[in-house]
Design a protein around this ligand. Structure first.
Ligand SMILES: Nc1ncnc2c1ncn2[C@@H]1O[C@H](COP(=O)(O)OP(=O)(O)OP(=O)(O)O)[C@@H](O)[C@H]1O
Ligand SMILES: O=C(O)[C@H](O)[C@@H](O)[C@H](O)[C@H](O)CO
Length: 170
């Protein structure tokens, strides 16, 4: 089970969906678990706070738990900006591995500015970086830079998994 994390526009949806294809695992986008109120709040340029994110994270955790139960595993795209958010998704779940997409404010800002048809406004990127607590070594994250294209990033993650792909189920 892989959770692909990073700020808005870091490429989570792009990378996680291709990664899932590559590994033959189900994919889900954390964006699809927001309620309408949270989407409206972000669209209006107001960041979510801990309270608003808690039920959203709980829904994603429930998806992860179902995937673990079936033994099939999966790949989920979820910003999981703070350590505490990641713990919500990983604690007590040994097989959940964090992937962190690392990129500069400048590069991500350019990609968001070029993106069309997404609710997340570019203006929220500063708040995303202010909230971000990059994963520490104790979280054994797979950290990948995002300067290269999606296929290269997927290949780098697969390379770093460092264990047989069949072991990702639980
Ligand atoms: N490695 C890459 N190289 C070039 N462009 C990329 C790369 N990864 C993603 N993009 C583009 O950057 C934009 C942001 O990517 P994406 O929507 O996947 O990010 P995200 O982290 O899922 O964002 P959000 O959290 O806001 O949903 C998209 O237009 C996407 O096509
Ligand atoms: O925690 C958050 O602030 C939100 O989850 C955002 O990160 C969005 O979900 C997404 O990244 C934007 O599309």
């Amino acid at each position: 089970m892989l959770v692909v994390t990073g700020v808005s526009g870091s490429g989570k949806s792009t990378v996680a969906s291709r990664l899932a294809d590559r590994l033959g695992l189900p994919f889900v986008d954390g964006d699809d678990f927001h309620d309408a109120g949270s989407i409206a709040q972000m669209r209006a340029g107001h960041p979510l706070d801990d309270e608003a994110r808690a039920p959203w994270l709980a829904r994603i955790r429930a998806w992860i738990d179902r995937r673990i139960e079936t033994g099939e595993g999966g790949v989920v795209a979820c910003s999981a900006l703070k350590r505490g958010y990641r713990r919500t998704l990983t604690d007590g779940r040994g097989a959940v591995r964090i992937v962190f997409l690392e990129g500069s404010r400048d590069l991500i800002g350019r990609r968001i500015a070029a993106r069309r048809g997404h609710f997340m406004p570019a203006a929220l990127l500063d708040s995303q970086f202010a909230t971000l607590e990059p994963p520490g070594a104790d979280e054994t994250p797979i950290i990948v830079g995002i300067a290269d294209g999606p296929d290269a990033i997927v290949a780098a993650v697969v390379d770093r998994l460092g264990r047989p792909l069949g072991d990702l189920g639980g």
